[in-house]
Design a protein around this ligand. Structure first.
Ligand SMILES: Nc1ncnc2c1ncn2[C@@H]1O[C@H](COP(=O)(O)OP(=O)(O)OP(=O)(O)O)[C@@H](O)[C@H]1O
Ligand SMILES: [Mg+2]
Length: 344
């Protein structure tokens, strides 16, 4: 990504001791530590996913932004592979749920079962009690089961029979789905989509990457060889660095203007929520950190606008007839809206 010409002007001096700027407790912390850990995870994922550096970077961005990731694409392009590779590269608890029409909400959250011996109910935690939850083909489950994930994703807790249980930290849901037009799918409700920080699509690999895939994946299963390169605690530390990234007021204002523009757009019947603004800025902090910067540029917001905003928007009936997609609308807004002056 190109750094804006006035990049330096978005830097503001944070008070001494800000975790993003100051090394905490020796080497390997702050942005340097983040770069080390992130590079290891990225390399691990790229050892199995060929020719998709942009997709891998977005997946890492979402991890560092404490968000959830939706991977949407046609069959066989490596969605499950990416989700598994990210989960495997970190030494943490991982659970995978294959979503099917008969899956029940309690299959996700867990159930209270009566223990005959102890003569009491005890809670059997479901698969959401893990650091990384891979929800495969999420749009094959019924809306009721999909919504069981709602509370978990937003509040990072689960309530079963009136008792609330906290989830792990970090906690990330990586869900895959086929495009909604495909047979046997239940489109995710808007509220559910809004909880995903970003939606990415894999896209086909280019011929060189596809050849590499044949050579590497033809004889062996590279995912089996992938062993963890970072610990859950490392991830927690670098998430903390991202939280303290600097965002200049002009950049925040820019994010707000972009999001507000989707709410007023004549081709959209549902614009982006305030949660979307929050996710956009959080993701931009992570994206900037991966670029080794401790401040966010409008370029980060621009790069992330489509993956962070498009999946939350609903086109009007007229726009649908004209086959206008929310991605196009967001891309046009990015081109049209003036980039803030750094000294504003
Ligand atoms: N870019 C890629 N790099 C390496 N392998 C790839 C890539 N794209 C697809 N593959 C290979 O294609 C196979 C199918 O991938 P995967 O199962 O992840 O697809 P999927 O998108 O989850 O499909 P479905 O929607 O049917 O579940 C895997 O064995 C994987 O190795
Ligand atoms: Mg799959």
């Amino acid at each position: 990504m190109a750094v804006g010409t006035h990049g330096e002007s978005y830097i503001e001096t944070d008070p001494p001791g800000s975790p993003g700027r100051q090394p905490q407790g020796g080497p390997g912390h702050g942005l340097d530590g983040l770069a080390q850990v992130a590079t290891k995870i990225r390399d691990a994922i790229e050892s199995v996913i060929e020719g998709k550096p942009g997709v891998v970077r977005l997946a890492l961005t979402v991890l560092l932004a404490e968000g959830h990731l939706l991977i949407e694409d046609v069959p066989g392009v490596g969605k499950t592979m990416l989700a598994k590779a990210l989960a495997r590269s970190i030494d943490c608890s991982v659970r995978r749920v294959q979503f099917t029409p008969d899956l029940l909400p309690s299959d996700i959250t867990g159930v209270s079962a009566y223990n005959q011996e102890r003569r009491e109910f005890e809670f059997k935690p479901g698969p959401v009690f893990a650091h990384i939850v891979v929800g495969d083909e999420i749009n094959r489950a019924s809306p009721k089961t999909q919504s069981a994930l709602l509370e978990c994703m937003e509040e990072r807790q689960v309530t079963v029979d009136g008792t609330t249980y906290s989830l792990e930290q970090p906690f990330m849901v990586i869900a895959t789905q086929n495009p909604v037009e495909m047979e046997g799918t239940y489109p995710l409700p808007e509220a559910q989509r809004d909880r995903f920080t970003a939606r990415i699509s894999m896209g086909y690999p280019d011929p060189t990457a596809e050849l590499e895939m044949l050579d590497v994946h033809g004889q062996s299963a590279p995912l089996e060889r992938l062993s963890p390169v970072a610990h859950a605690n490392d991830v927690r530390d670098i998430i903390n660095v991202v939280r303290h990234q600097h965002v200049a007021p002009a950049v925040k204002q820019y994010a707000i203007e972009l999001v507000s523009a989707t709410r007023k757009h004549p081709e959209l019947r549902l614009g982006a929520s305030p949660r979307a603004t929050l996710h956009l800025v959080r993701a931009a902090r992570a994206y900037a950190a991966l670029d080794d910067r401790d401040y966010v540029l409008p370029d980060d917001i621009q790069d992330l606008a489509v993956p962070v905003l498009a999946h939350r928007l609903l086109p009007t009936a007229e726009a649908q007839v004209e086959r206008r997609r929310p991605e196009q609308v967001v891309a046009e807004l990015v081109n049209r809206l003036p980039v803030p002056s750094p000294r504003k």
